[in-house]
Design a protein. Structure first.
Length: 272
């Protein structure tokens, strides 16, 4: 069965100078705020312009229920979410990545596998003709990448210096230091899901790109923020999800402590 697709364009532009500051964490959210933000950030219909909506629904009428975002859409956690780290020399992930995953699991549970280490030159996909930016050259092929790395299913893959940076959006590389996307050096996030449920298809290979080859600074909170994008928090909300915060964590925890497909009216807030 062919999975349905939802595409989010843009580069997840974040003012990372605010990451790790005290202001975000100082503000707690009410139950009503968590419920509202969980729906707004996870609802599929927040991310398509009307023309694209009409085109999608005309081509795929059975997608209407899912497109309208009437319930939680996320990874299934009945089995652990595959987790990968890729580098040119097969190195272990830096401690900052390990800590980001561990902090998410401190509230979400043991939802990720241990890191599977991949040896691959991701920089081959960078457009070297735009050396003052950090964009793809159009050569990445997901099927080929998965086959060459013996991946039988997708998951979440973390990579260093593959973040999308395009001066069309900012002249400051720090403002586009990391993102979640369908490929290295890409600014698009596409979610595939199976129409039999509100869970991600196992075909998804979601890239968490940390750094952009221009010396920008990122930290554990940045890792958590970008992983959250790929886990169902598709839109920013200020100030809590401008970087990361206890409030943003409450929203993500709520999405993952309620079953996929839980209707918004039935959503139960979880702050534990």
């Amino acid at each position: 069965m062919k999975p349905l697709a939802l595409t989010f364009l843009s580069a997840s532009i974040i003012a990372l100078t605010a990451c790790g500051g005290g202001d975000d964490n100082a503000e707690n959210l009410t139950t009503e705020q968590v419920l509202s933000l969980a729906r707004n950030t996870n609802s599929a219909n927040q991310n398509y312009p009307d023309s694209a909506t009409n085109e999608l629904l005309m081509k795929t009428p059975e997608a209407v229920t899912y497109y309208l975002g009437d319930g939680v859409l996320r990874w299934s956690t009945e089995t652990q979410i595959p987790l990968y780290f890729v580098s040119i020399d097969g190195a272990n992930p830096p401690q900052t990545l390990i800590d980001g995953v561990a902090q998410l699991e401190s509230r979400l549970g043991d939802i990720f596998t241990d890191f599977k280490i991949l040896t691959w030159d991701v920089q081959q996909y960078r457009d070297t003709n735009a050396s003052d930016e950090n964009m793809g050259n159009g050569t990445f092929d997901k099927a080929f990448f998965m086959a060459q790395n013996n991946l039988s299913e997708g998951g979440m893959i973390l990579s260093i210096d593959s973040g999308y940076y395009n001066k069309q959006y900012s002249n400051n590389a720090q403002n586009m230091c990391a993102n979640s996307s369908i490929a290295p050096f890409s600014g698009a996030l596409q979610i595939l899901w199976d129409k039999t449920g509100y869970t991600y298809s196992k075909e998804n290979l979601i890239w968490t790109n940390m750094g952009n080859n221009h010396g920008c600074k990122w930290n554990t909170q940045t890792v958590m923020h970008e992983l959250a994008h790929g886990m169902g928090m598709y839109q920013h909300f200020e100030p809590q999800f401008g970087s990361w915060s206890d409030g943003a964590f409450d929203v993500l925890t709520t999405l993952y402590h309620n079953a996929p497909g839980t209707k918004w009216a039935d959503l139960q807030v979880s702050t534990l």
